[in-house]
Design a protein around this ligand. Structure first.
Ligand code: GLU
Length: 393
């Protein structure tokens, strides 16, 4: 018997990043020597002092339900973090802790959007934004920003995309998948456009804030544009900065009413984020930040290596990024050289023939590209490049 599923779920597809990761894991389990550059997660272990806080929480019996919106100790660490790193002031009722920033963004869309509302998303985008908008009955609207404009939208493009139906604008800087990041000046210019559209709420996904080597310090949108404070949700998490992907802790600061509504969605779906993870996240945010800097140095070294390596391959070109652990390469020429019709076919050939797993650019709204995660050892990257070189000729 086939059970008919909801119209809602038929609107969306499985996450392409997770699909590639699962596929690579399956092939590895079957004995294939796959190099997985799909998953976007640090290869480092969670720093010991953070892990110990989680272990201490278990030993201390901190294993029951907590407040749905997060324990006060973690909220205070988040409030201090926003003040310290971003110059942003939030009160406890303006902070929500969730099971990863993905969950934060989902809560935001579910709490904010009505049928027909438009969610304005610069492309390339992280794979889940459009599908989450669809799950919330809204309409994703894309602003294309290709390699020729450094994968960044212009204020004129933003102005042209905003309509009376626009309800949410999502900004992710530095960007997953491109690593492109907006300067403070560029954020101010985008903010000037948003100031003219008071119905638009802004969600800034700052997940890669600390994986950063831009020419000027990282700047969050609302830090550059304080006038937008009352309608901006600043989203972050501990997964990437502290190598804590599996702990599932994301958080945000924003307008109290909207944060309360997001908490209501969370309270009727997942309840509190994991109690022990919250204890560990509090230590991550308020403890010694040396681990963040040392992981960042490793990511920068790998970035420089992989970007140079990709640009030396036949038919491949890749712009350097300002942060994240992704390289986003234009492979349209390589596809043409091989007679392959699209980047899905290209990624398929890479995994079957070169034994390298990457995420096709189409999933990010950028056909003709591939995303490689360089959150792996230099030796792995060297091996992957060797295989790509052999495959591409
Ligand atoms: N954000 C990461 C990535 O893009 C994790 C996987 C996901 O949830 O998409 O690879």
């Amino acid at each position: 018997m086939t059970i008919e599923v909801s119209h809602r779920v038929l609107r969306v597809k499985p996450s392409p990043t997770l699909a590639v990761t699962a596929r690579a894991a399956k092939l590895k389990a079957e004995g294939k020597d796959i190099i997985g550059l799909g998953a976007g997660e640090p290869d480092f272990d969670t720093p010991a002092h953070i892990a110990e806080a989680g272990i201490a929480a278990i030993r201390g019996g901190f294993t029951r339900y907590t407040n749905v919106d997060g324990i006060p100790e973690l909220k205070d660490a988040i409030i201090a973090k926003f003040q310290r790193d971003n110059g942003l002031t939030y009160a406890r009722n303006q902070v929500l802790v969730s099971a990863g920033a993905k969950h934060t963004i989902f809560n935001l869309m579910m709490a904010l959007l009505n049928p027909g509302d438009e969610v304005v998303i610069p492309a390339p985008y992280w794979v889940s934004y459009p599908d989450m908008a669809l799950l919330a009955d809204a309409v994703p609207v894309f602003i294309p920003a290709g390699a020729s404009q450094g994968y960044k939208i212009t204020p004129a493009q933003l102005e042209a995309a905003l309509t009376p139906k626009s309800r949410l604008f999502i900004l992710n800087s530095p960007s997953n998948p491109t690593g492109a990041a907006y300067t403070r000046r560029e954020l101010e210019a985008l903010g000037a456009v948003l100031a003219r559209h008071p119905r638009v709420v802004i969600g800034t996904d700052d997940m890669y804030e600390h994986i950063w080597w831009g020419p000027e310090p990282f700047c969050s949108l609302v830090t550059a544009c304080p006038a937008l404070y009352d309608r901006t949700v600043t989203i972050n998490g501990v997964s990437k900065s502290y190598a804590m992907t599996g702990w599932r802790i994301g958080y945000c600061g924003g307008p109290a009413g909207l944060i309360t509504a997001m908490g209501t969605i969370q309270g009727q779906s997942t309840s509190n984020p994991t109690s022990i993870s919250q204890k560990a996240a509090a230590v991550a945010l308020s403890g010694d930040q040396g681990c963040v800097a040392s992981m960042n140095r490793a990511f920068k070294e790998r970035h420089d290596f992989i970007v140079a390596g990709l640009n030396s391959l036949r038919g491949v070109s890749c712009q350097p990024g300002f942060g994240t652990f992704y390289a986003f390469a234009d492979v349209s020429q390589a596809m043409a050289n091989l007679g392959l019709r699209d980047d899905n076919a290209f990624a398929e050939r890479l995994i079957t023939d070169a034994l390298v797993a990457v995420v096709p650019g189409s999933g990010f709204g950028a056909p003709g590209h591939m995303r490689l995660s360089f959150a792996c050892s230099m030796a792995t990257l060297e091996k992957a490049l060797e295989r790509l070189r052999k495959f591409l000729g």
